[in-house]
Design a protein around this ligand. Structure first.
Ligand code: CU
Length: 117
């Protein structure tokens, strides 16, 4: 009697728990396609307008929105770029979305993508 009752309870618990576990596992397989492998650790992309591109200096001046990971409000400032080749794809007046981090003490654009015009 006692065993029968606890078996019923166990079945009920498993019956409830299993679909929940399955659903959670299912969701985790649906990362956004644009996310890179370490997306969870990376900063979200922030909107910016390119003000000046300094290819020789390896810098770009951006008017950017708040950068939460750097605790920086929106402002206009120069950034280094993680990949100098990106400067060839940037020009003053373009809108981009980007992420920045402090690399060797310098604010550096670590990711960027053009905003569709
Ligand atoms: Cu800034």
């Amino acid at each position: 009697m006692n065993t029968y009752a606890s078996t019923l309870a166990l079945v009920a618990i498993l019956g409830l728990a299993m679909p929940a576990i399955a659903a959670e596992e299912h969701d985790s397989h649906h990362e956004p396609e644009t996310a890179s492998p370490q997306a969870g650790a990376e900063a979200a992309l922030v909107d910016a307008i390119i003000r000046k591109v300094d290819v020789a200096g390896g810098k770009v001046t951006l008017s950017h929105g708040p950068l939460l990971n750097l605790k920086m409000p929106g402002m206009t400032m120069a950034f280094r770029v993680a990949n100098p080749a990106w400067l060839e794809q940037m020009k003053a007046g373009d809108k981009i979305r980007f992420a920045a981090e402090k690399v060797d003490g310098a604010f550096t654009v670590t990711r960027f993508e053009p905003t569709s015009r």
